[in-house]
Design a protein around this ligand. Structure first.
Ligand code: ADP
Ligand code: AMP
Length: 213
């Protein structure tokens, strides 16, 4: 199974990804997570992308495609993989299609999760992530048992530098301009399934899992 998670920042892609991985055992490949890991470890790539990500802009297609194809060439999870946050524009989508064709692979389903802009802003502003294991919480919708502490590993919860309201609005604008044309792109090839991300996480997931069975 090869899945693509598409949708604006804060729509709940990462939250759905976790549930999909638990049930369908695919490998979750999030370009945002890979970039953040590189920033944390201060690698060359991390140093190159740190300021771009903090501003809410897109990393160059060249760097992103190279990173994704290198990751995919090592990928051998029996159940398949799921891309989250990639592709982010038509150029990346065409590059991915070319890579898949060359490697005799096909996208099974593109999962579009969308939500209203006020919902996106509220979710992004309230998102907290564990510094250590990356588990995601929300101050109101999904609070940890102890404020500021990860339920899973007991480490500190932090706010992503790009999760403030101003940058969130910029990221949504980038999505609308550069990423949303992918909806048409994938719809034309009959691979798109749409889900209403305004609903509760479990309700959204119920629809997603039914579409994958
Ligand atoms: P994305 O990966 O699309 O940026 P996340 O899955 O990280 O989004 O979700 C953003 C924030 O909103 C997180 O704090 C998460 O806990 C919360 N969240 C995600 N989906 C829902 C939902 N359906 N209802 C309420 N809160 C949600
Ligand atoms: P995300 O975790 O998906 O919200 O991504 C966080 C940030 O990483 C984005 O705002 C971009 O700066 C960068 N990023 C993630 N994926 C891509 C991509 N496919 N192309 C370009 N930039 C990306």
């Amino acid at each position: 199974m090869i899945l693509i998670l598409l949708g604006p920042p804060g729509a709940g892609k990462g939250s759905q990804a976790k549930l999909i991985v638990d049930e369908f055992k695919v490998n979750h490949i999030s370009t945002g997570d890979i970039f953040r890991k590189n920033i944390k470890e201060e690698t060359d790539l991390g140093l190159k992308v740190k300021d771009i990500i903090a501003k809410g802009e897109l990393v160059s297609d060249e760097l992103t495609n190279e990173l994704v194809f290198e990751t995919l060439s090592k990928e051998n999870t029996p159940a398949g993989f799921m891309l989250d946050g990639y592709p982010r524009n038509i150029n990346q989508a065409k590059a991915l299609d070319k890579w898949l064709e060359e490697n005799n692979k096909e996208v099974t389903e593109v999962i579009l999760v969308d939500a209203d802009v006020n919902v996106l802003i509220e979710r992004i502003s309230g998102r907290r992530v564990c510094k250590n294991c990356g588990a995601t919480y929300h101050v109101k919708n999904l609070p940890p048992k102890v404020e500021g502490i990860c339920d899973v590993c007991g480490n500190e919860l932090v706010q992503r530098p790009d999760d403030n309201e101003e940058t969130a609005r910029d990221r949504i604008e980038v999505y609308n301009e550069q990423t949303s044309p992918l909806i048409d792109y994938y719809e034309k090839s009959g691979r798109l399934a749409r889900f209403d991300g305004n609903e509760d996480i479990d309700v959204v997931y119920e629809h997603v899992r039914n579409s994958l069975k």
